[in-house]
Design a protein around this ligand. Structure first.
Ligand code: NAP
Length: 252
């Protein structure tokens, strides 16, 4: 009887697909998904799920030991760097293999006007006076922009920000739409001149990039944070193959 226990750090569309693929491919293997719990409408991954932080590296290490985790799969958002760094440190301490699902980032095309920046604060400083900006940033990040009251900000996020936005800004509480037409219409209605976004990659939030491209808008693209080395897969299928290589052999 195999005794593997895979801990899947979730929070992305790919993590959701991976949870399904793992339970289908390895029905005998114990699986647990973990969410930060930042949003209230968490999806049902169809596998046992825990919610909330572990309590830093020490807390995660204790969890790995207490729950006899044998493989950790980091399928968090590319900007959830703290979680990924904690995962790298705790797995190093416990000798648990760490596998990372790293979806490809978005890449610039010839006619794009992208400015690559390291941080959202850099973008907040670089935006020209009077710009009408689509701020595709999370609730924890929007505060980096609110001192720029010379801007018009169209802010879209899933959960409301803790601080109020400048009164002339517009807040949309929603997940990003899949349809480019919807993003085009939003940008045109608000006469958007600039887009600020993290280079999250993937397909789910790509429509805004396609819309900005069609409207020839300048994009302030925040580069991904550097993460510690890990065995990495670029897709769910690749990850399934990686996991297979790490499972304990089943006794006859
Ligand atoms: P973070 O800064 O890497 O994580 C902060 C803390 O949240 C971690 O140290 C951990 O707490 C907890 N945490 C994060 N992911 C977890 C998970 N899957 N299971 C259990 N605990 C988890 O990440 P963040 O604050 O969530 O987000 C940072 C950026 O990533 C934001 O820009 C956000 O918009 C983007 N993002 C994140 C997620 C996500 O699911 N995390 C999803 C979409 C977008 P402890 O130290 O206590 O363990």
């Amino acid at each position: 009887m195999a005794h593997d226990h895979i801990l899947l750090l979730a929070g992305t569309h790919e993590a959701r697909q991976l949870a399904r693929a793992l339970s289908k491919t390895f029905p005998e293997t114990r699986l647990t998904a973990s969410f930060a719990g930042a949003v209230s409408d968490l999806p049902d991954l169809g596998i046992p799920t825990r919610v909330g932080g572990f309590g830093g590296i020490d807390g995660l290490r204790a969890y790995l030991e207490a729950e006899a985790v044998t493989i950790m799969v980091d399928a968090t958002h590319p900007f959830a760097a703290q979680m990924s760094r904690n995962a790298a440190a705790a797995t190093r301490l416990t000798q648990v293999p760490l596998l990372r699902l790293d979806r490809p980032g978005w890449t610039v095309e010839t006619d794009d006007t992208w400015q690559s920046l390291d941080t959202l604060s850099d973008a907040a400083s670089a935006l020209p006076t009077g710009a009408r900006v689509f701020l595709s940033v999370g609730r924890k990040d929007i505060g980096l922009f609110t001192h720029r009251t010379d801007l018009f900000g169209l802010a879209r996020m899933i959960e409301p920000p803790s601080e109020p936005l400048p009164p002339h800004w517009q807040l949309i509480l929603a997940r990003p739409p899949q349809a480019v037409e919807e993003e085009l219409s939003l940008m045109e209605t608000h006469r958007i001149t600039h887009l600020v976004t993290k280079n999250s990659g993937g397909t789910r939030a790509f429509a805004k990039i396609a819309a900005a491209r069609r409207l020839s808008l300048p994009v302030f693209m925040i580069s991904r944070p550097d993460l510690p080395k890990a065995e990495t897969a670029g897709s769910v299928d690749e990850m399934i193959a990686l996991v297979k290589g790490h499972l304990s052999p089943v006794a006859d």
